[in-house]
Design a protein. Structure first.
Length: 122
């Protein structure tokens, strides 16, 4: 198990002055955990997972408010973000920190998790 540090990048502002960030962890293997990010002023959030899941590959998107105990987050339909296929999902909960954790897979599992956050005020 390795801790994967994120790469954070500010995205160009829109004409409405909405500031956005992109946070990427990867590649991640089975057992890897992403170092958490705490861009709390960015309340609109979505996550994308891409790559090779391998046999049984799973990426769990987790959040924490106490900054030490991480729990699975849910999408806007209240489905756990316990992902077994590539895709983009909204994030329902607003938490102090977010991180990905690869909870299953085989030796071919290699995933990249990308979080996009938007602040809606100037």
């Amino acid at each position: 198990m390795s801790t994967i540090n994120p790469v954070e990048q500010e995205l160009p502002s829109t004409s409405l002055g909405q500031k956005c960030w992109q946070v990427t962890w990867g590649p991640m293997a089975n057992g890897d955990v992403g170092a958490p990010v705490d861009l709390v002023e960015y309340t609109d959030r979505s996550v994308q997972v891409e790559g090779t899941f391998g046999t049984g590959g799973n990426a769990e998107i987790q959040g924490s408010n106490d900054l030490s105990n991480f729990r699975p987050l849910r999408d806007p339909s209240s489905t756990l973000l316990d992902l077994t296929a590539a895709g983009i999902h909204g994030i329902l909960e607003f938490t102090g920190q977010i991180r990905p954790k690869i909870t299953a897979g085989d030796d071919t599992t290699s995933l990249t998790v990308t979080l996009v956050l938007r602040r809606t005020w100037k």
